[in-house]
Design a protein around this ligand. Structure first.
Ligand SMILES: [Zn+2]
Length: 546
């Protein structure tokens, strides 16, 4: 009798402490292709006006999202509000006259934006650089875990740092150098701007090179003549360099060869450990006229409080913003963004609904977050990560999605940033149970891991996963899937043609949502804290990581 009693007590404890397989399965079954379709069709409708921040499309979108969060059983995540204000400033920069590069013997005039693409994240109305020295700083990287410091022994305070794009691993092909061809965060232009600001540089200019950037010079050129949107500076933030930009490959070559240097040779040297930066013996001058407009948009988020440790949470993210109403193409001027990012918002809502349907609430909280201004440089998610409604240390994991293609069931789960954290291993287990396999992003040199909303979470040390089926259709194979992706990227991506179509097949996104729900469920119903893997550039950010 005693044994039976003990057994009953043991069973009771087991039932109370973890979610049974049945409960998980039942909750998972609330995720359906039909609901994903409905959400996507709504979010991609013309009535949402392309979901652009600061427009009537924002009001419609955020009101609808908070209404859905409430309907599925979530509570406001920011005190009594579903909304977190994200203060931003839009800066338009005009380069007044030419940009001058001069040394004792040479004088080169550059024209913006064709020769040099300049932006100015500064609240000053006039920014003048008057013959400040140019310092070549290799790749502009300080990476203690690789024993690498391009700023060692050089002083760039008040000067113009000129740096190479990407990181040494790409150019040497040496897999032991950084991460070989896969771009590390040190290769991203955002990092190079941040590091130059930490070093006190007055300007940072990156030498463009298409393979290293992942796009041609027309991209920074275009962005330099469009207004830039920035987060408003908070107290204690490092002031960004007042001048940031890109030299076209031709301009860089003209400037360097005039002083007797060769870009290729400098890159070779900069790829070797121990390379020391140096002043080129030439200076740069320019005058910039800035105008600033302050404006704010909102992040939308709901929370499902945990039963045991509500102060700890996982965050599921999918940005709500897109490009609004703009230049007309084929008679359509509404940039609906059904795939970017309607399908992923649907994915997040369905994961939320599965959690809310559980009789036995998870021990930890679940936050469903729809950040704003992703398309403008991850501004909403960056603001959330800097001002989270819970202690940053208590964000246990982040699960994000973006651009989920509704093309049916996939064999693969493509992990962008594969190998960064232990969440990969948890996902691999779930993938196997769905008869699927994990694969790394086939183009890791483009640095996609640093270009969506999970990334600001990674930057504060939260293990973050960006994973979806993408490359291997169960029915039609890999080539077919690659063709669908190419078709989307060339015909619809960031165009008015990114519409909802009845032919869309949501069966694959249903499986993706179930996979991430299961992993997130494991994290929320236990006290595990997944860690970063050794060698990850984010492994040392959190004190709780070894
Ligand atoms: Zn997107």
């Amino acid at each position: 009798m005693k044994t039976v009693l003990y057994l009953l007590i043991a069973l009771f404890i087991l039932a109370a402490s973890c979610v049974g397989g049945d409960e998980l399965r039942r909750a998972s079954e609330t995720i359906t292709a039909d609901e994903l379709r409905e959400y996507t069709q709504t979010l991609g409708a013309d009535s949402f006006m392309g979901r652009k921040p600061f427009t009537p499309g924002e009001e419609v979108t955020v009101a609808w999202l908070s209404g859905e969060l409430e309907r599925i059983g979530f509570q406001p995540a920011f005190g009594d509000s579903w909304y977190q204000e994200v203060p931003m400033v839009e800066i338009t920069t005009v380069v007044d006259g030419k940009v001058l590069i001069s040394s004792g013997k040479n004088r080169i005039e550059l024209t913006a934006p064709d020769d040099i693409a300049i932006e100015s994240p500064s609240m000053k109305q006039v920014v003048v650089l008057d013959e400040i020295p140019i310092v070549f700083c290799g790749f502009g990287i300080v990476a203690p875990e690789y024993g690498w410091n391009d700023y060692a022994g050089v002083d760039v305070k008040g000067k113009c740092a000129v740096v190479l794009v990407n990181d040494p691993g790409l150019y040497t092909g040496d897999t032991t150098l950084f991460k070989g061809r896969a771009m590390t965060y040190y290769g991203r232009w955002t990092y190079k701007h941040e590091e130059a600001a930490r070093q006190g540089a007055a300007a940072v200019i990156i030498i463009h090179e298409p393979a290293g950037a992942g796009y041609d010079y027309s991209i920074p050129r275009k962005s330099s003549i469009s207004p830039g949107l920035y987060m408003e500076q908070a107290e204690g933030d490092i002031t960004p360099c007042p001048v940031t930009g890109w030299f076209s490959a031709e301009s860089a070559s003209r400037i360097l060869s005039a002083e007797g240097y060769d870009v290729e040779k400098l890159r070779d040297q900069a790829c070797r450990a121990g390379f020391v930066g140096f002043e080129l013996g030439t200076s740069i001058s320019m005058k910039l006229l800035n105008s600033q407009v302050k404006n704010s948009s909102v992040n939308v988020a709901g929370i499902l409080p945990g039963r045991v440790r509500p102060e700890e949470c996982v965050v599921v993210t999918a940005h709500w913003d897109h490009f609004g109403i703009g230049e007309s193409e084929n008679g359509d001027s509404i940039y609906n963004g059904a795939v970017d990012n309607g399908t992923s918002m649907a994915w997040a809502l369905e994961i939320g609904e599965a959690f809310a349907s559980m009789k036995n609430r998870p021990e930890r909280s679940v936050i469903i977050l729809f950040p704003t201004a992703e398309e403008q440089g991850l501004l909403g998610s960056s603001w959330f990560a800097a001002n989270p409604p819970v202690e940053p240390e208590n964000i246990i994991a982040c699960f994000n999605n973006d651009l989920m293609l509704p093309i049916g069931r996939m064999k693969d789960i493509m992990v962008t940033g594969y190998g960064q954290s232990e969440l990969d291993d948890m996902l691999a287990e779930v993938a196997a149970s769905q008869d699927r396999y994990l694969m790394p992003d086939p183009n890791p040199e483009t640095g996609m891991y640093f270009r969506s909303d999970h990334f600001p979470f990674a930057l504060i040390g939260v293990p973050s996963l960006f994973a979806r089926g993408n490359c291997d259709s169960r029915e039609f194979g890999k080539e077919w899937a690659a063709e669908r992706e190419r078709e989307y990227l060339t015909k619809m991506y960031h165009k008015p043609a990114d519409n909802y179509f009845p032919e869309m097949n949501f069966d694959g996104i249903e499986e993706d949502a179930k996979a991430i729900f299961e992993v997130a469920c494991k994290v929320t119903t236990s006290d595990i804290r997944p860690g970063w893997k050794a060698g990850s550039e984010f492994a040392n950010i959190r004190s709780s990581n070894k």
